[in-house]
Ligand binder design. Structure first.
Ligand code: PLP
Length: 407
């Protein structure tokens, strides 16, 4: 392991533990990342020293909690290049997409209009649109992916002509790990009169983002996949769109004036944040985003992470009967999903778990895509910059042993 990786890794206490007496090899990062000590400390501080509700009281603890909460919002906004009031706290990517599917669709789409998604979407960027389509009589159109996960842009362009008012697309797919050509998608969709929501749950982790220069209309991501705790997510939306949308939920903190006759709503982002939010998790976005930026700017760490990924790709290719559709796709980042002839992925993962190796198997909340490759689901190994070449060796040895036992 090189020095940059060793130093970075030392900030994640969970990574030095043993499971079943074996060193943990955590390759399930696309499900959630491990948490660094700066985030663990902030969570502790929020509960030990600044435990109060935000915005509501004038006492010291409430003021401290409100400041730390607001720093979390500012940090998330700066990380994606957005103004803080266009950054709405949600519980995660799923909640953010549901908000748009409910509120944007209600006032902007009508019966007979179309929403376009891709074949590679996570259920979170598929089911909310199906729900909206059922309510409003909207059509759902799906753009296919090539075998290696590349979006079929020619079909996408044709499909846009069918009354598409909204495009909802993953920045990077959670199964194949392939980055979509966002710039081209957004420019083409805008030229056809459609707005674009980007599901950034995976993309935010692996590529640098500036929502203003990208010109996406909405961008959703979850804190927990990028070093922050679970229960906090971000919905970025362009101000003019957020302002014309009705609130998602009603309750405390999202109002301006309330009477039994009529209620008026607060300014952005409060209009979309009814009730008490996950205050401590939101505050943790400040250290999490700071760390994520340092990772992006650390050339030695990036080079080491790329070398570890290359090693993983080379080693996987040596396993007889293993098929990883996106392995050679130059736009794949961090994620390897594969099937192995004659081996059920769930059985292999159970054996590997006993050797300390954590991976994900099954349909990974992207059932329509995975069924294209396998009826039994796939195995997914997903890496972060704290993973090492030595862990790749352990993973490959464990996988080969599991395959040998099961064939
Ligand atoms: C591409 C993608 N979209 C959406 C989600 C849902 O994220 P969350 O469960 O944090 O809301 C995930 C989670 O795995 C994902 O990978």
């Amino acid at each position: 392991m090189d020095k940059a990786t060793a130093n970075f890794r030392s900030h994640f206490p969970a990574l030095s533990q043993q499971v079943y007496g074996k060193p943990l090899v955590y390759f399930d990062n696309a499900a959630t990342s491990q948490k660094p000590d700066c985030v663990i400390e902030m969570l502790e501080r929020m509960n030990a020293e600044a435990c109060a509700n935000v915005h509501r009281a004038v006492h010291r603890l409430a003021l401290d909690a409100t400041d730390l909460y607001q720093h979390g919002r500012e940090a998330a906004a700066a990380f994606i290049g957005a103004p803080a009031d266009e950054v709405i706290f949600t519980s995660g990517t799923t909640a953010a997409i549901n908000l748009v599917a409910s509120c944007y669709t209600r006032v902007n789409l009508k019966k007979g209009d179309s929403i376009l998604i891709t074949e590679g979407e996570h259920h979170s960027n598929l089911v909310p649109w199906q729900l909206a389509c059922d309510i409003y009589g909207i059509n759902l159109i799906v753009t296919p992916l090539a075998e290696d996960g590349t979006l079929d842009m020619e079909t996408f362009r044709h499909q846009l002509e069918n009354g598409v008012k909204l495009v909802a697309v993953a920045h990077m797919t959670n199964v194949l790990g392939v980055e979509n050509p966002l710039r081209e998608i957004i420019d083409t969709a805008h030229a056809a009169g459609a707005v674009v929501l980007v599901d950034g749950a995976q993309g935010i982790v692996h590529s640098r983002l500036d929502v203003k220069s990208l010109d996406c209309d909405f961008y959703a991501f979850s804190g927990h996949k990028i070093y922050a705790p679970t229960g906090i997510g971000i919905l970025y939306g362009k101000r003019e769109l957020l302002e014309q949308m009705p609130p998602y939920m009603g309750g405390g903190d999202m109002v301006d004036r309330v009477s039994f006759e009529k209620t008026t709503y607060g300014p952005l982002p409060l209009k979309f944040e009814a009730g008490t939010q996950n205050i401590s998790a939101a505050a943790c976005l400040a250290p999490a985003m700071k760390l994520a930026r340092e990772v992006q700017e650390n050339a030695a760490l990036q080079a080491a992470a790329e070398a570890t990924e290359r090693k993983m790709a080379e080693q996987l290719a040596t396993i007889d009967g293993l098929y990883c559709p996106s392995i050679a796709n130059p736009l794949r980042r961090g994620i390897f999903s594969f099937c192995i002839e004659g081996v059920h992925p769930a059985d292999a993962a159970q054996i590997m778990d006993k050797m300390g190796v954590a991976v994900r198997t099954g349909f990974m909340c992207a059932e329509p895509l995975i069924r294209k490759y396998s009826e039994h689901g796939m195995m997914r190994a997903s890496l972060m910059p704290y993973n090492t070449p030595e862990e790749v060796d352990i993973f490959i040895t464990a996988l080969k042993r599991a395959v040998k036992m099961l064939r």
